[in-house]
Design a protein around this ligand. Structure first.
Ligand code: 5MM
Length: 339
């Protein structure tokens, strides 16, 4: 059975020049770390409550086209008993699902990682689809050191990402392909650019070999920045380096590139995507976002684990979503943070 029309409809709904994608797919371990920073207890009810607060924010669908969920959230309901995927659709957005099952070290490639979850993926995708997921996300993680990623790390992760993407399209689900090159380390911006180019080149080679339709996928890459220990580059420098590397390696058939924030502060990430859009007016793809931390951090802080802060947290979340929407047009400026 061909899902061509369905995949195209999902791309049409997700790839919107004014709207990004929220990554709310933190696994239980990751959300525990996020909650800990604001003193919130990591219970199932708190996770449900917190995500309900985000997804039900008034008119959030003006700024976001889709939300990536963790499996637990796909099966939960809001306070009125509406399943989260239905709430997301009612808010004018598309529900998606993270399908990798975490990562570990890659034997034979010291320092490299590999993500798990291909076994049984077709069955899981069929179940997720029944529950309303129309797109999926898989993250592969690449640390940068003097020796990493190794050639084996590059080829093994590219292969896994391509097999995942092909399984998704065969199941009528749009794959977001996320090769995250980590910001940790003391590497130069030049080295980050070269590593990202190697990664994207290897991923698109594997996607081609596995017959993945590039028109029906989204790339979720890191921005090209220097290692965290080196300091920050300006938004213009990040934009220029990121666009140069993407233009060398990512085919024009890909409809949308939705960056992760990777540990950047919320304002830094917004300024960077703003500059990317200002510099990228002739890029062949949409240049958008799929942030987790950079969209959620102010809301998490405003909430602080206290239900009475519901409206403050929603306002903080909507502000970040709105400013990022402006940044997708290259219309954000730092003074908007204080208005
Ligand atoms: C890199 O992480 C993804 C984007 O988030 P940031 O914008 O904060 O960098 C994110 O979707 C990530 O994959 C999820 O938070 C899930 O992480 P875990 O480690 O729980 O699978």
């Amino acid at each position: 059975m061909s899902y061509f029309r369905e995949l195209q409809a999902t791309i049409d709904d997700l790839a919107d020049p004014h709207r990004g994608i929220l990554a709310a797919d933190e696994s239980s371990g990751t959300i525990a770390k996020r909650f800990e920073t604001v003193g919130a207890e990591n219970t199932e009810d708190n996770r449900r409550w917190y995500r309900d607060m985000l997804f039900s924010a008034p008119e959030v669908g003006k700024y976001l086209s889709g939300i990536i969920l963790f499996e637990e959230t796909l099966n939960q309901t809001d306070t009125h008993g509406t399943p989260f995927p239905e709430l997301i659709v009612n808010q004018g957005m598309v529900p998606g699902i993270k399908v990798d099952l975490g990562k570990g070290s890659l034997p034979g490639a010291s320092g490299d990682m590999i993500s798990y979850g291909l076994d049984g993926l077709a069955d899981r995708l069929a179940t997720y689809r029944e529950r309303g997921a129309r797109f999926a996300k898989w993250r592969s993680v690449y640390p940068i050191t003097d020796h990493n990623p190794t050639p084996l790390g590059l080829s093994a992760n590219a292969e896994v990402l391509a097999r995942y993407a092909a399984e998704c399209q065969a199941a009528g689900i749009v794959p977001i392909v996320e090769p995250e090159v980590l910001i940790d380390g003391n590497h130069s911006m030049m080295r980050a650019a070269r590593v990202n180019e190697h990664v994207w080149h290897s991923v698109f080679h594997a996607l081609h070999q596995h017959g993945v339709t590039l028109e029906h996928m989204i790339l979720k890459p890191s921005m090209v920045t220097p290692g965290k220990a080196i300091g920050k580059a300006s938004p213009d420098e990040v934009a220029e380096a990121t666009l140069n590397s993407l233009l060398r390696t990512v085919p024009a058939a890909v409809p949308s590139i939705n960056f992760l924030s990777g540990g950047q502060t919320p304002t830094e990430a917004t300024a960077n995507i703003n500059a990317i859009n200002q510099h990228g007016t002739r890029a062949p793809w949409l240049l958008s976002i799929s942030f987790a931390r950079a969209l959620q951090e102010p809301a998490l802080e405003a909430w602080g684990g206290k239900p009475e802060n519901h409206d403050r947290a929603q306002a903080a979340f909507l502000k970040r979503a709105r400013l990022n929407s402006l940044a997708l047009q290259g219309e954000y400026s730092e003074d908007m943070e204080n208005r």
